[in-house]
Design a protein. Structure first.
Length: 149
């Protein structure tokens, strides 16, 4: 059995371990559905969390528009590739959002994608937020499209 992503040392420790497992990972942040930072790895301070929150809100809006246009089900992940940096934005089924930045010439993007998927798959049951059906309709819920048509 795979160990839980979030343990007794909390969300910050889990995000630190996520960043530590992949060379080139710079930071990780978990945001609430309304953009509030719930936790961040050791390099995340208030100003960075605010900036990430704004960027992530825009990326999530773009991703949700794409899912509606393509009739492709719930949004799971948005990945932004820059010259030497990748930004992974992954939805967690309870409505929270994981954001991880990885940078450098020799980064292992596949390793980061795997770690993000692993974190998302295990983190939902440990995160300090529970949402009702109305909020789940915006991110990752397969039944949301049918309920809101």
């Amino acid at each position: 059995m795979t160990p839980a992503v979030v343990t007794d040392d909390g969300l910050t420790g889990a995000l630190d371990r996520l960043v530590d497992r992949v060379p080139g990972a710079e930071f990780a942040v978990v945001l609430s559905p309304d953009g509030l930072a719930l936790g961040g790895s050791r390099r995340v301070e208030g100003k960075l969390a605010e900036q990430i929150s704004g960027v992530v809100a825009s990326l999530i809006a773009l991703g949700l528009a794409a899912t509606r246009t393509c009739d492709a089900g719930g949004l799971r992940q948005v990945v932004v590739q820059m010259a030497r940096t990748f930004l992974f934005v992954a939805t967690i089924p309870n409505g929270t959002v994981l954001t991880v930045r990885i940078a450098g010439d020799d980064v292992k993007v596949g390793d980061m994608a795997y770690e993000v998927a692993l974190f998302v798959g295990q983190a939902e049951r440990h995160l300090p937020i529970t949402l009702g059906p109305a909020s789940s309709a915006t991110i990752g819920d397969k039944g949301a499209q049918q309920r809101h048509r």
